[in-house]
Design a protein around this ligand. Structure first.
Ligand SMILES: [Zn+2]
Length: 497
C-alpha cells in the first residue's frame, strides 16, 4: 500500500495519510456512536484500535509483537481513545459556539452536548459562583466566535477595496528579516514615520499580545496627531496573538473613523493581522473584521477625501510608536484578569487538547504501555516523553529523516523487538540467535550490538552510560548512521528472510 519500506511515501506522509484518509473515515458520525473515554462502546473502539495498531505498524515498520504504546510513541500518534475523545470534543465545541440563531443549536437544544460533564455535581459548587461547567459558561457568556457569510461588506464589488481602490492602500510588503536590505528598509521606515508625525495625517500604531498559559490577552492603540500622543490600552478575550492583534485593529479603526482625520496611517506589527483586514475567509475573529469594514465603508463614503494607508512595521526595530504600543501592551497583559469573561472555541479546544496530551504523557510511565525494554532516549537533554506537541510527535520521524527503513530500525532498537537473538529465543526458538560475527556462543542482543560487538563502530561504553548522556538521541542516531547494517535485515543469517 502506497510504498514499501524502500520507496514510496516517507514516514510523516504515511502518518498524514493515515490521519487524513483513514481516521476521518473511522470517526465518521462519531457523536452518534461514541461516548467519552469509550465507555460502553468498546465493541466499536476495539475494531478501530485494530486498525490503529496496524497503521502504527505500517508507519514505524515495527513488528506485530511490539507493544502498541511504543509504536504510537514512535509514530507520534496518540492512543486511539485520546484521538476519539478529542474529535468528539471538537464537535461539541463547534456546535455550542455557533450563533444562537443557528439551526443546529435550535434543534439540538444543546442538551446532548454535555454528557461528559454529567458526573460533575452542581451541589459541590457554591450557588453564588458562576458554573464551572465550560458548556454552561459558553451558553451564559457572550461568545464572539461567530461567523458571517452574507454581510454586505463582504460581497464582491461592495468591499472597501473594490469601492475605493485608490483610497485604501495596503502596503505590508517588506524584505526578509535576515536579508541585507532589511536594515536599510527599517531606517527608511523610521524617517518616513517621523515625517508623518509632523504632518497633518493621523498616525496609528497597534499591538496585541496573548499569554497562552493563563489566557490573558491585551491590546494597545497608540495614536499621534499634531504631535500629540494618545494611547489606549485594554485587555480582550483572545485565543491567539492574531486575535488580539485584530482586536487592536478594530479599536484603531474605531478611533480613526471617529477622529475627524482626513488621512490616516495605520502601522501594525503583525503581517497576518494587517493582511486579514480585507480578507473575509472564515477564520478567527471574523466578526471583528466585518465590523472594521462596516466602519471603513461609512467613513469613506461620508467624505470623498478620506484615505487610509495600512503599513507593516516590524516589532522591536526601534520605531517610536511601535515601542510605545509594545510597552503598554506588556503592562496591560499584567493587569489583565487571569480569566477573561468570554470563552472562545479555541480556548476550549486547546485546554482539552492539553488535558489529553497530559494523559498520554502519564501513560508513558506505565511499563505495559511502552514495553519493558524501552530505551531512555532523550530529547533536548530530557528523557523523551510523548505529548501532543508537534516537536514531540515528530521526534522519531526527524531522527529517521523520514526514511521508513531507518524508522523501523529505530523502532527495533528502542523496543528491543528486532530480528535478533533475545527476540528469537522468545518467539522463534528454533532459529539461530547468535551473532554472525562473534560465533555461536555470543547471543546477538541489543546490548551486544550497541556496546560489545567489534563489527560495529561508534559503540557506547555501556547502556547505562548511554542513558546518562545528555544528547543520547544524537549518539544513537550517529550509531545508526555509521552502522547501516545494525538493526536491519541486511546482515541477518540467510534463513530469516
Ligand atoms: Zn558480535
Amino acid at each position: 500500500m502506497l510504498g514499501s519500506s524502500i520507496r514510496g511515501l516517507d514516514t510523516l506522509q504515511r502518518r498524514n495519510a493515515y490521519q487524513a484518509c483513514v481516521l476521518s473515515v473511522l470517526t465518521y458520525g462519531l457523536p452518534l456512536w461514541y461516548a467519552p473515554d469509550g465507555k460502553g462502546v468498546s465493541r466499536h473502539t476495539r475494531l478501530i484500535a485494530k486498525v490503529h495498531s496496524y497503521a502504527t505498524r505500517w508507519i514505524t515498520g515495527a513488528f506485530c509483537t511490539t507493544p502498541n504504546g511504543a509504536k504510537e510513541m514512535i509514530a507520534g500518534l496518540p492512543p486511539i481513545i485520546t484521538i476519539l475523545n478529542q474529535r468528539l470534543h471538537g464537535y461539541r465545541a463547534r456546535i455550542v459556539t455557533l450563533p444562537p440563531s443557528h439551526i443546529l443549536v435550535a434543534t439540538m437544544n444543546n442538551k446532548w452536548t454535555n454528557p461528559a460533564y454529567s458526573h460533575v455535581s452542581p451541589k459541590t459548587r457554591p450557588s453564588h459562583l458562576p458554573s464551572d461547567d465550560p458548556f454552561k459558561r459558553l451558553r451564559t457568556h457572550l461568545v464572539r466566535k461567530q461567523f458571517e457569510f452574507s454581510a454586505d461588506v463582504q460581497q464582491p464589488g461592495r468591499r472597501c477595496v473594490d469601492l475605493f481602490p485608490e483610497r485604501v492602500v495596503i502596503n505590508t510588503s517588506s524584505p526578509k528579516k535576515a536579508s541585507k536590505s532589511f536594515k536599510a528598509w527599517v531606517e527608511n521606515l523610521k524617517t518616513e514615520t517621523q515625517s508623518l508625525h509632523r504632518s497633518q495625517d493621523l498616525v496609528v500604531y497597534t499591538d496585541g499580545a496573548y499569554h497562552h498559559n493563563d489566557n490573558r490577552a491585551s491590546y494597545t492603540v497608540c495614536t499621534t496627531w499634531h504631535s500629540t500622543w494618545n494611547d489606549f490600552t485594554d485587555w480582550c478575550p483572545a485565543a491567539s496573538s492574531f486575535d488580539s492583534e485584530v482586536w487592536a485593529m478594530e479599536k484603531a479603526i474605531e478611533i480613526i473613523t471617529s477622529s475627524g482625520a482626513r488621512c490616516a496611517h495605520l502601522f501594525c506589527d503583525n503581517k497576518a493581522a494587517a493582511n486579514a483586514v480585507f480578507n473575509f475567509e472564515v477564520k478567527s475573529s471574523q466578526m471583528s473584521i466585518i465590523r472594521i469594514n462596516h466602519l471603513l465603508n461609512d467613513w469613506l463614503t461620508t467624505n470623498g477625501d478620506n484615505e487610509l494607508h495600512i503599513h507593516f512595521a516590524p516589532g522591536h526595530s526601534g520605531i517610536e510608536g511601535n515601542k510605545r504600543a509594545d510597552a503598554l501592551t506588556k503592562t496591560g497583559l499584567k493587569e489583565c484578569p487571569t480569566q477573561p469573561p468570554m470563552i472562545l472555541r479555541s480556548h476550549f479546544v486547546n485546554s482539552y487538547k492539553r488535558e489529553q496530551s497530559d494523559i498520554w504523557t502519564r501513560l508513558f510511565k506505565d511499563r505495559t504501555y511502552r514495553g519493558s525494554q524501552w530505551l531512555p532516549v532523550r530529547r533536548k537533554k530530557k528523557i523523551f516523553k510523548p505529548s501532543g506537541a508537534k516537536a514531540a510527535r515528530d521526534f522519531f520521524h526527524n531522527m529517521a529523516h523520514g526514511d521508513p527503513s531507518r524508522l523501523s530500525r529505530i523502532s527495533y532498537v528502542m523496543t528491543n523487538h528486532a530480528p535478533m537473538g533475545e527476540y528469537r529465543l522468545q518467539f522463534f526458538p528454533d532459529q539461530p540467535a547468535h551473532c554472525p560475527h562473534c560465533g555461536e556462543e555470543t547471543l546477538l542482543s541489543r546490548r551486544h550490538i550497541l556496546c560489545e560487538c567489534p563489527w560495529y563502530v561508534n559503540k557506547f561504553p555501556s547502556l547505562t552510560d548511554w542513558g546518562s548522556q545528555r544528547h543520547n538521541d544524537k549518539s544513537l542516531s550517529g550509531f545508526l548512521d555509521k552502522n547501516p547494517t545494525a538493526f536491519s535485515f541486511g546482515k541477518l543469517p540467510r534463513d530469516v528472510h
